[in-house]
Design a protein around this ligand. Structure first.
Ligand code: SF4
Length: 133
């Protein structure tokens, strides 16, 4: 859950110091082996490679970043589902709803779940129905 709330802004250092800023962008977004190899070669000497990789693991579904392809980053995430900005926004909305005074009946209808699920979600946040009603 903490992962969902991590900031998503791309570190400005990548734009300022990234070795790719003056290179051919088609290498970084290309899918040919040659393009990927060219991009990775530039990344390997980049002064912000580690920062780029840490950011890209949870924020970049496409292209070469931090000397990795999307497949390699998925492997580094343990094969887990990529968390998109939309996923994060939905989760923030869900938590706000659970903390609101909306009833379990209203939330069950909104999320297509039964009321027990809403009670469980609230309990996971340390809330009970009397606290939010
Ligand atoms: S690691 Fe690669 S993609 Fe990231 S900023 Fe450096 S050159 Fe660009």
């Amino acid at each position: 859950m903490d992962d969902l709330l991590r900031p998503t802004a791309r570190p400005s250092e990548l734009d300022v110091s990234g070795a790719c800023r003056s290179q051919n962008p088609t290498w970084f977004d290309g899918e040919s082996l040659e393009a990927i190899q060219n991009a990775k070669k530039i990344c390997s000497a980049c002064p912000v490679r580690q920062m780029c990789l840490e950011w890209a693991i949870s924020n970049e579904p496409h292209g070469v970043w931090g000397e990795t392809t999307p497949k390699e980053r998925k492997k580094l995430r343990g094969g887990t589902h990529f968390v998109t900005l939309e996923d994060r926004m939905r989760e923030i909305e869900r938590i706000a709803d659970l903390r609101s005074s909306k009833t379990a009946v209203q939330l069950a209808a909104k999320y297509g779940k039964d009321q027990r699920t809403i009670f469980r979600w609230r309990a996971e946040l340390g809330l009970d129905e009397e606290q939010v009603a």
